[in-house]
Write a protein that binds this ligand. Structure first.
Ligand SMILES: [Fe+2]
Ligand SMILES: [Fe+2]
Length: 139
């Protein structure tokens, strides 16, 4: 398999757009979260937001190393005043993210280990976010 640079750059920028949205989404959600369990949830949303900021930075570096320009676009953001609804929104989003990175990973040839491992790391974090949100949404 040969790396299709143009295609990978376009996918990386699509991922970067999602990471930008994700970061803002979690921080905004943390700011509007209220109720008896607010403290723990706010801390968790902020922690996840910092993972998303790290993902964005990893992707930016990979884009530049492939000769591309990192996008400043921000994907669609959804927040909700109801904490449980917010968790469900984020859970759905994280599941889509996992699917996206899994597909992206399949398009990276074995002779590109830095790129492969970067995406693998982001995929693994996203799977952890899914697990965490599933736990939080369980009644
Ligand atoms: Fe992320
Ligand atoms: Fe995530």
């Amino acid at each position: 398999m040969v790396l299709d640079v143009k295609k990978i750059l376009s996918l990386l920028n699509e991922g970067l757009e999602m990471e930008h949205a994700s970061y803002i989404q979690y921080l905004t959600q943390a700011a509007i979260t209220k109720g008896p369990y607010a403290e723990g949830l706010i801390a968790r949303f902020k922690e996840i937001a910092s993972d998303e900021a790290q993902h964005a930075d990893i992707i930016r570096q990979r884009i530049v190393s492939l000769g591309g320009i990192p996008t400043t676009k921000v994907g669609e953001i959804q927040v909700h005043p109801n904490s449980l609804k917010a968790i469900q929104i984020n859970l759905k989003y994280e599941k889509e993210t996992v699917e996206f990175y899994r597909k992206l990973l399949n398009q990276i040839p074995a002779d590109k280990p830095i790129l492969y491992e970067a995406i693998e790391h982001i995929l693994q974090d996203s799977e952890e976010h899914v697990e965490e949100l599933e736990r939080l949404s369980a009644s």
